[in-house]
Design a protein around this ligand. Structure first.
Ligand SMILES: Cc1cc2nc3c(=O)[nH]c(=O)nc-3n(C[C@H](O)[C@H](O)[C@H](O)COP(=O)(O)OP(=O)(O)OC[C@H]3O[C@@H](n4cnc5c(N)ncnc54)[C@H](O)[C@@H]3O)c2cc1C
Length: 392
C-alpha cells in the first residue's frame, strides 16, 4: 500500500492499517457485492480499540488530532472505501459530543462508555422535506418532564441498524424555526427504526444507508447542550470535509497503487524500456500529490487553529467556511479523476471486476463524493459568500 496522508505512522494508524490490509481489504468485495455492513472490519477495529480515537485522553480515548484521524480514515479506506467512510462518520459524531458536550456530566460519562464499550455512533441529519440541507430540520424534540420524544423521517442513514447510538438533528421545540436546531443522542434501547427505502447503489454499498423512520424516547439529559448551528460550524463541517477528503484520498491511492503495480509488471516484461503507461502514471501522480497536500494541509491548519487561543472562534469565520467548502469540492472531484487515470493505465484488467488490478469498486465508491452534501449546494453557498468576502 502507498502510505496515506503523511507517510509517517503513529501506533493508532499502524493498528488501523493492519486492520485495513488483513481484514477490510479481504472482505471489501463481498461487502460491496452483498451491500452489507463490514462486520469483520468493525469487530477488528473494536478489538484494536481504535474506534475511540477521537475521544479526548481525559476520558480514556486516544485524543487524536485531525491529522491523525484523517490519516487513520485514509488508511482504512485503502482497504475498503465504505469502511473508511463509516469510521469517518463515527469520528464526526464523537467529535461533536466531545467538543460541545464534554462539560456536561451525562456526556462526560458517555464518552468514557464510548471507550470502554468501543461504541459506534451514526448520524441522522437528512430528512424527508429538507433533503441535503443539514442546517434545516422539520422534526422537533418534545420535552415531557424528564423525558424527550423525537420522531424523524430520514432519507439516508448510514449503518443506522448497525450502530450503537445515533446523533440526530431536530428543531429545538415545536415552535422553533427550521434553522434553530439541536442534537439529540438517541441510544439503542430508546429507539425503533423502520426502513422506508432501499440501498442498492452504485458505490459505498457497505455503508448500508437506506431511509428510516425513527421513533425515540429517552432521558432528557441526552439532548446535547448548545445549538447545532455552533456544533455544525465549529465541528461537524470541518471534521466531515477534512476526514471525508482522507477517505476519498485512500480510495484514490488504492486505485493508483494497482496502476503502479501494473506499470511495474509491464516494465519487467521489457527491461530497459519505459512503458507508455508509465507516462500516464506520472501525470496521475501530480493529481495524487495535489490531493494529498490539500488534505494534509487543511488537517494541519485545523490542528494549528485549535492550538491557538480563541481557535474555536476562528472556525466560525467566513474564511474558514470557504476553505472547508473548497476542500470538499476539490477532493470529491479529484478522487474519481485519479481513479479514472488508474483505469486508463491498467486498461481492460482494471475494467474487469474479478482481476487483481480491478478498479471498479474504487470508481463507484468515489462517485458518491460529489453527492454526499451536493457539490452544487456547496458551490451555491460559496458563490453567495464570495459576494461579501474579501481575502485579505
Ligand atoms: C454514501 C452516502 C452516505 C450518507 N450517509 C448519510 C448519513 O449517515 N446520515 C445522513 O443524514 N445523511 C447521509 N447521506 C445523505 C447526505 O448527507 C445528503 O443528505 C444527500 O446526499 C443529499 O441528497 P440529495 O442529492 O438528494 O439532496 P440535495 O442536496 O437537496 O440535492 C438535490 C439536487 O439539487 C441540487 N441542488 C441542491 N442545492 C442546490 C443549490 N443550492 N444550487 C443548485 N443545485 C442544488 C443538487 O445538485 C442535486 O442535484 C449520505 C449520502 C451518501 C451519498
Amino acid at each position: 500500500m502507498i502510505s496515506p496522508v503523511y507517510g509517517r505512522t503513529s501506533e493508532l494508524v499502524a493498528k488501523t492499517r493492519a486492520v485495513a490490509q488483513e481484514v477490510a481489504a479481504k472482505h471489501a468485495a463481498d461487502v460491496d457485492a452483498k451491500s452489507r455492513f463490514p462486520h469483520e472490519t468493525f469487530e477488528a477495529l473494536r478489538q484494536a480499540r481504535v474506534l475511540s480515537a477521537a475521544v479526548p485522553k481525559e476520558f480514556g480515548g486516544h485524543g487524536a488530532n485531525m491529522q491523525e484521524l484523517t490519516e487513520q480514515c485514509a488508511a482504512l479506506a485503502q482497504g475498503c472505501g465504505a469502511s473508511g467512510m463509516i469510521l469517518a462518520m463515527h469520528h464526526i459524531q464523537v467529535a461533536c459530543i466531545a467538543r460541545h458536550g464534554a462539560g456536561d456530566p451525562y456526556f462526560a460519562k458517555y464518552l468514557t462508555e464510548c471507550v470502554e464499550k468501543q461504541l459506534l455512533i451514526a448520524s441522522i441529519t437528512s430528512e424527508v422535506g429538507v433533503w441535503g440541507d443539514t442546517r434545516s430540520s422539520i422534526c422537533a424534540v418534545e420535552r415531557d418532564g424528564a423525558r424527550y420524544k423525537l420522531e424523524k423521517d430520514a432519507t439516508t442513514v448510514s449503518y443506522g441498524e448497525h450502530a450503537d447510538d445515533l446523533l440526530v438533528t431536530c428543531r429545538r421545540n415545536a415552535d422553533a424555526p427550521q434553522s434553530d436546531q439541536i442534537l439529540v443522542l438517541v441510544r439503542k434501547p430508546d429507539r425503533t427504526l423502520t426502513q422506508t427505502t432501499t440501498w442498492d447503489t452504485l458505490g459505498m454499498r457497505g455503508t448500508c444507508s437506506p431511509g428510516f423512520k425513527m421513533v425515540a424516547s429517552g432521558p432528557i439529559e441526552q439532548i446535547l447542550p448548545g445549538s447545532f448551528a455552533d456544533a455544525s460550524a465549529q465541528t461537524m463541517v470541518s471534521y466531515s470535509h477534512i476526514m471525508w477528503s482522507g477517505v476519498w484520498l485512500g480510495i484514490a491511492l488504492d486505485a493508483i497503487s494497482k496502476a503502479s503495480a501494473y506499470v511495474r509488471a509491464e516494465a519487467r516484461k521489457k527491461p530497459g524500456v519505459v512503458p507508455t503507461s508509465a507516462h500516464r502514471l506520472a501525470e496521475a501522480m501530480v493529481k495524487v500529490q495535489e490531493m494529498r497536500s490539500n488534505t494534509a494541509g487543511q488537517a494541519s491548519e485545523f490542528d494549528a487553529i485549535m492550538a491557538m487561543p480563541g481557535g474555536m472562534d476562528e472556525l466560525l469565520t467566513m474564511g474558514w467556511a470557504l476553505k472547508m467548502n473548497n476542500i470538499k469540492v476539490g477532493s470529491s472531484e479529484m478522487a474519481p479523476r485519479i481513479v479514472h487515470d488508474a483505469l486508463q493505465i491498467v486498461g481492460i484488467g482494471g475494467y474487469k471486476n474479478d482481476g487483481k488490478f480491478s478498479v471498479g469498486r474504487n470508481y463507484r465508491d468515489s462517485l458518491s463524493a460529489a453527492l454526499m452534501i451536493s457539490n452544487e449546494r456547496i458551490l451555491a453557498k460559496t458563490a453567495s459568500m464570495l459576494l461579501v468576502y474579501k481575502d485579505e
